[in-house]
Ligand binder design. Structure first.
Ligand code: EPZ
Length: 414
């Protein structure tokens, strides 16, 4: 895999445009399986995960045309194909086609997704929801099979506000017979974006963005045009990168309403921010102090920005406490940051970070957000940092090195 060679100590300044949200685009692309006509999805980021989702949709019988950031997708009669272990492992989000396929074809056969670096990533809440809606779900030999004449409405309580389970069940319920209520639902903006898409196709989804979502099943959904919201996680990553280099930049194409926890924490660290509706100015010319975080489901501090934030705190003034409540193994970046001189003590899901002067070192990206954190630390560190396996990073951040270089970073790709 490729590596980044970063010469640290350069302040980032200028302006950057944020791409469409990976985690909004993936369920929306899966939801096109529900449409009886063509869908045109725009503002889709150019990422490996998106390519893999489109590959999967093509295997299921979809015709897909890509024009720049817009995907024209037509799927008249999807196959409920076997989604192999390789496909599912290449793209964890492939589980998101299960709900639409089950609703549309009455059956699915999909490989159990394995675990990944950040945790076991079970799908029990997805399957329990499908069962409540009348599906007959069996597991065996590493595969899940589910079938149902036609899904019916149900009242579903999620033990945890799972983003993927909420999305899968909204999609399954959108053309089920009757009404479904999801309690303790996830409230992320990506779920609201999905619900807006389904409603534009003629669906009836109410309450997205809250913990209680009602879906009235309809007979059919029609094709439509739709645009993906900006990526709040990419925006937060760039904001922390600017803050880690005592830089000053304007971050465009954002919905600042979605960035509230990031803005609050930057302010608590003494970093100046100015939020307009669709742009955020970050001015860290006086450097960054420290502030504690606890990752929580939206609208709390997002788990996907925990690693980038720990990297920022590693080079900041003072000591901070970071608690990761969402995934059980999301501190893989910490030993790598230790190689750069970071002083971080981990006890279970809590990390205590003592800000210090970081020095460049050779490190390895383990997953996309941990890798982004290592880039942020490398931008701050004195000397040269070599980050290996940056393919992980490019799953979630397109042209990451080039775009940071447009802000005065010095990153070479080899
Ligand atoms: C989505 O993953 C995102 N991925 C993740 O982003 C994000 O970290 C996560 O939500 C939390 O915000 C996409 O949207 C494609 P969950 P998802 O179901 O849906 C437990 C990134 O870096 N759980 O909300 O898989 C699970 O173990 C990625 O872009 C169950 O127990 O997350 C975890 O502890 C990483 N049973 C917690 O819920 C289930 O059936 C949160 O998982 C499902 C989940």
């Amino acid at each position: 895999m490729k590596s980044y060679i970063i010469k640290g100590g350069r302040a980032l300044y200028g302006s950057i445009d944020i791409n469409g949200s990976k985690n909004a685009a993936l369920p929306i692309l899966a939801a096109t399986l529900l449409a009886d006509g063509e869908c045109k999805i725009s503002n889709v980021p150019d990422l490996t995960d998106i390519k893999n989702m489109c590959e999967l949709l093509s295997c299921l019988g979809c015709e897909i045309e890509k024009r720049y950031d817009t995907y024209e997708i037509f799927c008249s009669n999807p196959k409920s194909d076997i989604m192999s272990y390789e496909t599912v492992n290449k793209l964890r989000a492939s589980i998101l086609v299960a709900g639409p396929l089950l609703a549309k074809t009455g059956k699915i056969r999909i490989s159990m997704p394995g675990g990944c670096q950040i945790g076991a990533r079970p799908i029990d809440l997805h399957l329990k929801g499908f069962t409540s809606m009348g599906a007959n779900v069996n597991q065996g030999h590493g595969y899940i099979e589910a079938e149902c004449q036609r899904l019916h409405g149900a009242k579903i309580y999620l033990d945890f506000p799972s983003v993927g389970a909420t999305e899968n069940l909204i999609m399954a319920a959108s053309v089920a017979k009757g009404t479904t209520i999801i309690e303790n639902a996830a409230a992320e903006p990506e779920i609201t974006n999905l619900a807006d898409f389904i409603n534009k196709m003629g669906g009836k989804v109410y309450g997205a963005g809250t913990d209680n979502i009602t879906i009235e099943g309809v007979e059919a959904l029609k094709g439509t045009d739709f645009s993906v919201i900006p990526d709040r996680i990419e925006a937060g990553t760039f904001a922390f990168a600017v803050a880690s280099t005592k830089g000053c930049a304007i971050i465009n194409n954002v919905i600042t309403e979605h960035l509230k926890p990031i803005i609050a924490k930057l302010n608590e660290c003494g970093v100046y921010t100015k939020a307009n509706e669709n742009s955020l100015i970050v001015d860290a010319s006086n450097g960054a102090g420290s502030a504690d975080i606890k990752t929580m489901p939206y609208p709390g501090f997002p788990t996907d920005l925990q690693a980038p934030y720990v990297a920022l705190m590693s080079g900041a003034r003072g000591t901070s406490m970071v608690v990761e409540t969402v995934f059980e193994n999301r501190f893989m970046h910490i030993p790598e940051l230790g190689r750069m001189g970071a002083s971080i003590k981990v006890d279970g899901r809590t990390a205590v970070v003592e800000g210090t002067n970081l020095t460049g070192a050779k490190v390895k990206a383990t997953d996309l957000r941990a890798g982004a954190g290592l880039v942020i630390a490398g931008l701050n560190a004195y000397g040269e940092t070599v980050i290996e396996d940056v393919g992980h990073i490019e799953r979630g951040y397109s042209n990451f090195a080039e775009r940071l270089n447009s802000l005065n970073a010095d990153i070479h790709i080899q």
